[in-house]
Design a protein around this ligand. Structure first.
Ligand SMILES: Cc1cc2nc3c(=O)[nH]c(=O)nc-3n(C[C@H](O)[C@H](O)[C@H](O)COP(=O)(O)O)c2cc1C
Length: 427
């Protein structure tokens, strides 16, 4: 399928919404190979429509000579138009709206009745075109928020449309929130796969994707710089907040859309992380963010797993020197290492083809049950995905634990002593 992604976020690839869009496309590609072209709308030269209607009367030629000709041409060659944009003032950002206005040449001046309303008659055959809207927003509530954008999209594209709305989107760009965003992105991938295979997405799945990842009060508190660190809370809250019925518009009526200021989530997270540090609570860091921990981390992993300290130190040094992107991640409580894991080529098993491996996952006993391992797993998945290192594998004897974080049992493998272990995959 030829997919044209119109990225309407002025933040280009750093867009919160594009995290969701990329996951959706990954899901589609799991089902079948796709031809994807992405346009960052903000970078295109697109003049405003002047409303002269010339294009509607001259067969489709606009008076402006700009990038829109190429975009219209690409639209006509596509099978799917994917509009990925953040909610701005309850609608789409201005550059995206400018582009939409400039699709005027695609229809003529003639009007026809469609059901109980009128629409312009197309100047080309669009019957095969499908339309997808993926819209993220900064508030936790969907109701009294997404409705205008959703209504506009449905009116512009009455047929063949599918709409995903996702509240609390700045969390997708916050590494600290990986424990809750990664499972949500796994659902989005599932939706992408469904869409590619069946042409539609289950209502229940759409609802789940459109529900807040953490309770709205908690989210607002974090954004306002008052919330506690996401560590325990995000993970616990996310399990409490399993999909509500009709969650797409199910956010509580009581949420005030007016009273919450909307600072960038990332800045706020930085603040909460600092506050966390002051309180001596948990910090989740890659070793590159705290290279001074190299020796103590190597000793800590050696103590937990019995693998020579030098072996850990060698892998970590290669990572710090950027000889490899296979990273090491720590959870610190104050200055104490209380959890950690790493990524290596092969975790001592005979399935050398299943690489790389997340290894040495460990949480100090006194700190278990606080979501430390889940958070570290979310972090490593997010970082590796950002570097294009997917899928990941891990070897374990546990059953039921890794499944909670989106890992799937794949097969068994033999360790160096010939014992069978379970291999999990994260796609
Ligand atoms: C000008 C502007 C208007 C916004 N209006 C809304 C809004 O009406 N409702 C909402 O929930 N969030 C609103 N937001 C927040 C963004 O939707 C939110 O930060 C989103 O995650 C940004 O996504 P992006 O990174 O993909 O651009 C607004 C942000 C800006 C900059």
């Amino acid at each position: 399928m030829k997919i044209l992604v119109l990225n309407g976020s002025p933040k280009r690839e750093k867009s919160d919404t594009m995290h969701i869009t990329r996951a959706f496309l990954e899901g589609m590609q799991e089902a079948a190979p796709q031809v994807i072209r992405t346009i960052d709308v903000i970078d295109r030269h697109i003049e405003y429509c002047t409303g002269c209607f010339a294009c509607k009367m001259n067969g489709g030629t606009c008076m402006h000579q700009d990038d829109m000709q190429d975009i219209l041409h690409t639209i006509l060659e596509s099978d799917l138009l994917l509009f990925s944009f953040p909610l701005y003032c309850y609608g789409m950002p201005a550059p995206m709206k400018t582009l939409l206005d400039r699709t005027m040449p695609l229809s003529s001046m003639a009007m026809q009745k469609v059901g109980d309303r009128y629409a312009h008659v197309g100047q080309a055959d669009f019957s095969r075109l499908r339309y997808l809207m993926i819209c993220g927003c900064g508030f936790p509530n969907s109701r009294h928020n997404f409705e205008p954008a959703v209504a506009q999209f449905k009116l512009c594209f009455p047929e063949n449309h599918t709409i995903l709305t996702i509240p609390e989107s700045p969390m997708f760009s916050a590494l600290e929130a990986a424990a809750v965003t990664e499972p949500r992105l796994a659902l989005v991938r599932q939706a992408g796969k469904q869409y590619a295979l069946a042409g539609s997405i289950d209502e229940a799945l759409l609802s789940q994707i459109g529900s807040p990842m953490i309770p709205e009060e908690q989210y607002a508190a974090i954004v306002n710089g008052l919330g506690s660190t996401p560590r325990v809370d995000l993970e616990r809250m996310s399990t409490q907040k399993a999909a509500e019925p009709n969650a797409q518009y199910a956010a509580h009526e009581s949420c005030s859309t007016q009273s919450v200021d909307l600072p960038e989530m990332r800045n706020t997270n930085r603040n909460t992380q600092d506050a966390t540090k002051d309180k001596g609570e948990y910090r989740y860091l890659s070793l590159r963010e705290c290279p001074e921990f190299l020796n103590s981390a190597a000793a800590w992993f050696h103590e937990k797993w019995g693998v020579p300290r030098k072996a850990y130190a060698a892998c970590m040094t290669a990572y710090l020197n950027r000889e490899t992107e296979y990273g090491w991640y720590l959870c610190l409580n104050g200055n104490r290492i209380v959890g950690g894991l790493g990524v290596i080529e092969n975790d001592f098993h005979d399935r050398k083809d299943l690489t790389p491996n997340v290894c040495a996952v460990y949480t100090e006993e006194a700190f278990r049950g606080h979501g430390v391992a889940g958070h570290l797993l979310g972090l490593v998945v997010q970082e590796m995905r950002a570097k294009g290192i997917m899928p990941l594998y891990l070897v374990t004897d546990h059953t039921g634990f890794y499944e909670r974080y989106g890992w799937e049992f794949l097969c068994t493998a033999k360790d160096d002593s010939g014992n069978a272990s379970r291999v999990y995959i994260y796609r």
